[in-house]
Design a protein around this ligand. Structure first.
Ligand SMILES: [Zn+2]
Ligand SMILES: [Zn+2]
Length: 892
């Protein structure tokens, strides 16, 4: 018997999240609620969780992902859909390897010293520890994902999917190996895709360098931001239409410092407005120059070692670091009188996204995917509406990128990752490309073969994630039932890295889209709207936060005001508001639960004889359910949460429960007990709120269940109870109208008390002129008295009694009037004296101003502006005097 089932199960005075969260998570896990039952009759709801990187711990962005997805998942599960939320972790090839290299560096080691096998052994040890931490942290957040299906990108299944996809693309000719200009990170020692390069604007210089004409006087001047690359020049190019260079085109120049003779060629790609109109061509280190060289048959010269020192092709500069070489080249050019001028110049420089080292464009043999053929179906899937993006504005961003897509460099000179399934034959030189490890060359049967040392870009395996996690390439039951998945929920910052690539690879491998809906959430910012970063020190750690405020409070804060695509601000006030809400529900539930025993456990609502407040709260509850359901369907989780909050805190706790307390106290025989309605509304509200705040709702629901007859519900947990459905018949406009008036009256009297600063222990009188509403409001006299601290409250007929006397404050409301005798709010004699004193002071000032404005000397000597000012003052003071006299009159 669990604690929940025990009859001794009592509710402490305050909610203590730390005491209940682990208990309930364990309970859910043991009951197997997170694992869906495959039911061919029903359409499943499926989310594949974006796999966090194996590097370290979850950050607050992961907590947002987990919260939003868990809201959707719990909601669908309660609606009865077979619901799968598949968790996973990404090996994060480059990011993880950077972390391990830093750990090794602390021991004075580098990966080459310990070798590939030993390095991978250490990576696995470390990664396994991190994976455990990440899973545990997800559990602390209350995520109801199916841990029996958890996947790691390097697991056997996903790894085989990676190899299969690679081999199939290779066989179709869509994967090829070739020499292209790629982004090289000298620190990481690997190629990077265009998406992995951060471009930063810097203020640098443009250097004008003279290249002497061969066998002639004069020279051609070229401009460059990277003067050291001149060592790799194989030509100078000008635009064929550039008249300035008509005579020089076709001649040759001597490349300074290395004295290599290179031609002056013409090419349409040269922009005559840049620099001098003549540009240096460095095919080994510039993508545009590379293309020109390919067209013109120019040689290609690499001048850099992998660590960005200068190589043997640079003569005297060999061995120098690239930036030291820049200084040396400039100084030598200057000595030779070949440095014409230096201009300040702003341009953009690529940096490695992982280590922030300046990228070098280098011509290199790498593996690429030919993307345009894969992009076409992915464009159609979105254009045709088969895939919906929320918010819709990201469709344009998606199209802009994918329609201009370039080939994707997928090989990385790293060790941690999926090794490329290609074997090179040392005998015949042919390639063997297979899913299973090759034992011999598929062309000549030689066993003298060697596997490509490189691994694949991490995003290659991520692109397969929705189908590889479900068993592809095998025809599994999971793949047949759960694919295509329902929603891909992730940050808008990885739309290209991940989402677009999943669409392309999903369609390519399975012939079907990977998901129907793309939900893009925003970034989390601090209260000043700044991005959270370790450098700024404004990072909120999700685990510290949930330990301080409770997991439900953190989830509440993360879902407050959230709207697709919009960044959210997270601060202490929001977290406190989440905690306060949990406490408010706790206190309300505790009151109701403790009221059940003395008032009987009858839970049947007697619909035919309900008082108006009961009909009203049931009407509001059903209105809220209906509205929240529409909002959830539209993925407006922030607004749905606000409406649940407003209903529970405002209508239920502040109004209904307060009115019900009076009924419980007086226990009138003719009206039914409010207990059945209190229990019903509480229980339904808990289910409505459960997807947002799973722990406090389960704790209270179980406690409530333990107090009620055993046939009250079949569900053994709120998370598998049915999500509330609105009952149209409960909507009661008549009851809403009466209760609105009642609430208006109480609000008005409370405001009057505040305005006249009536002491809280003082009872004031009130007369209500309610006309036609009088008969329906009269039964609530006691509620008005208690909640507004007004006694006696009398209902009066305006026609007979005439208008209220003038020593009365009259509050005009929508359909009625409330009259409060001033004497009941304030001490009339003291008030009168106070007003009289003010009137006297005001009168004196008016007299002084009048006298001054009658003084001819003042009028003639004072500047016109001053006289005007005094006149205005007199008008204002006279006006004030009239109002003060009116106020005094009200007290008579
Ligand atoms: Zn790097
Ligand atoms: Zn061979």
């Amino acid at each position: 018997m669990t604690e929940a089932m025990s009859a001794e199960y009592d509710l402490p005075k305050a909610y203590e999240p730390g005491k209940v969260e682990r208990k309930w998570y364990k309970f859910w896990l043991e009951k197997g609620y997170f694992t869906p039952r495959i039911d061919p009759e029903k359409k499943p709801f499926v989310i594949i969780m974006p796999p966090p990187n194996v590097t370290g711990e979850l950050h607050i962005g992961h907590a947002l992902t987990a919260t939003l997805e868990d809201i959707m998942i719990r909601w669908h599960r309660m609606k009865g859909d077979p619901t799968l939320w598949l968790p996973g972790i990404d090996h994060a090839s480059i990011a993880a390897q950077v972390v391990m290299e830093q750990l090794l560096a602390k021991e004075g080691l580098d990966r080459h010293q310990i070798g590939r096998d030993k390095f991978l052994e250490r990576m696995w040890d470390w990664a396994n520890k991190c994976r455990q931490t990440i899973s545990e942290q997800h559990q602390r957040l209350g995520t109801s994902c199916d841990w029996t299906r958890e996947r790691f990108t390097l697991d056997e299944g996903p790894s085989r999917a990676v190899r299969t996809a690679f081999v199939r693309l290779y066989q179709k000719g869509l994967i090829y190996r070739g020499e292209r200009i790629i982004n090289w990170c000298p620190r990481c020692g690997t190629a990077l895709s265009d998406l992995e390069v951060d471009h930063k604007d810097i203020q640098g210089h443009l250097y004008y360098i003279r290249y002497p004409l061969e066998g002639d006087r004069g020279f051609v001047t070229v401009a460059t931001t990277r003067p050291e690359t001149m060592l790799g020049d194989t030509a100078v190019a000008v635009n064929p239409d550039d008249r300035r260079y008509k005579a020089k085109a076709g001649k040759k120049v001597t490349l300074p410092l290395v004295n290599r003779i290179i031609p002056i060629i013409t090419d349409e790609a040269v922009d005559p407005s840049f620099g001098t109109g003549a540009v240096k061509i460095t095919p080994g280190h510039d993508p545009v120059d590379f293309e020109i060289a390919q067209r013109q048959g120019l040689p290609l010269l690499n001048i850099l070692n992998p660590d960005a020192t200068m190589n043997e092709n640079t003569g005297a500069y060999c061995g120098l670091d690239r930036f030291a070489c820049r200084e040396a080249v400039l100084s030598d050019l200057e000595k030779d009188g070949l440095l014409e001028k230096i201009e300040p110049y702003g341009y953009s420089v690529g940096h490695c996204q992982r280590c922030q080292t300046v990228i070098e464009p280098i011509a290199s043999q790498q593996w690429f995917i030919n993307m345009p053929p894969l992009a076409k179906p992915a464009i159609d899937a979105v254009t045709s509406g088969r895939i919906t993006t929320i918010p819709e504005r990201f469709n344009e961003v998606y199209h802009n990128w994918i329609e201009n897509i370039r080939d994707w460099c997928i090989s990385r000179q790293l060790w941690w990752g999926h090794r490329i399934p290609v074997w090179y034959c040392r005998d015949c030189g042919e390639l063997t490309v297979t899913v299973d490890d090759a034992k011999s060359c598929s062309h000549c049967r030689s066993t003298n073969i060697e596997q490509d040392p490189d691994v694949l870009d991490t995003w290659f395996s991520s692109a397969l994630w929705p189908h590889s996690t479900l068993g592809w390439p095998d025809d599994t039951e999971d793949l047949r039932y759960f694919y295509p998945t329902a929603v891909m929920e992730t940050g808008y910052d990885i739309l290209f890295f991940w989402v677009a690539r999943m669409v392309m690879m999903g369609l390519e491998d399975t012939g079907d889209i990977p998901f129907h809906t793309i939900y893009l959430h925003g970034l989390i910012r601090d209260e000043k709207g700044e991005k959270m970063s370790k450098v700024k020190g404004n990072v909120l750690n999700p685990i510290d936060t949930l330990e301080k405020y409770g997991t439900d409070a953190l989830r509440f804060a993360l879902s407050t005001g959230t709207a697709p695509g919009n960044d959210i601000k997270l601060n202490a006030a929001r977290l406190e508001s989440g905690r306060n809400f949990a406490n408010k529900i706790w206190n309300a539930a505790r009151f109701i639960i403790r009221s059940i025993e003395p008032h009987g456990t009858e839970t049947q609502i007697q619909r035919d004889r309900l008082p108006v407040e009961d009909r009203w709260i049931l009407s509001r509850l059903n209105y809220t359910i209906s509205s929240v359901t529409s909002l959830m369907e539209a993925c407006q989780f922030g607004e749905a949460q606000r409406q649940i909050y407003d209903f529970i805190w405002g209508e239920f706790c502040d109004w209904y429960i307060e009115i019900a307390k009076i009924r419980l106290r007086t226990g009138e025989k003719e009206t039914p007990s409010p207990i059945p309605v209190l229990v019903h509304v509480l229980e339904t509200s808990l289910r409505l709120l459960h997807p947002y705040m799973p722990f406090v709702t389960e704790e209270l629901w179980q406690n409530l269940k333990s107090r009620l007859p055993s046939d009250w519900t079949e569900a053994e947990s709120i998370m598998v109870a049915t999500y509330p459905a609105a009952e149209k018949s409960a909507i009661d406009p008549q009851a809403e109208k009466v209760m609105e008036s009642l609430i208006d009256i109480i609000h008005a009297i409370r405001n009057a008390r505040a305005q006249y600063r009536v002491a809280s222990n003082r009872w004031i009188e009130a007369q209500i002129y309610a006309g036609e509403l009088t008969p329906v409001l009269t039964p609530h006299t006691e509620a008005i008295e208690t909640l507004a601290r007004a006694k006696p409250v009398t209902f009066q007929d305006k026609e007979e009694d005439g208008s209220p006397s003038k020593d009365t404050l009259v509050l005009v409301l929508k359909e009625l009037e409330v009259a409060i005798p001033m004497a009941s709010m304030v001490d009339l004699e003291a008030e009168r004296k106070r007003w009289q004193k003010e009137i006297e002071q005001s009168q004196a000032e008016v007299s002084r101003l009048e006298a001054r404005l009658a003084d001819k000397q003042f009028l003639t000597k004072a500047p016109a502006a001053v006289v005007d000012k005094e006149r205005n003052k007199l008008v204002e003071r006279k006006d004030k005097l009239v109002r003060l006299k009116q106020q005094l009159g009200r007290l008579d």
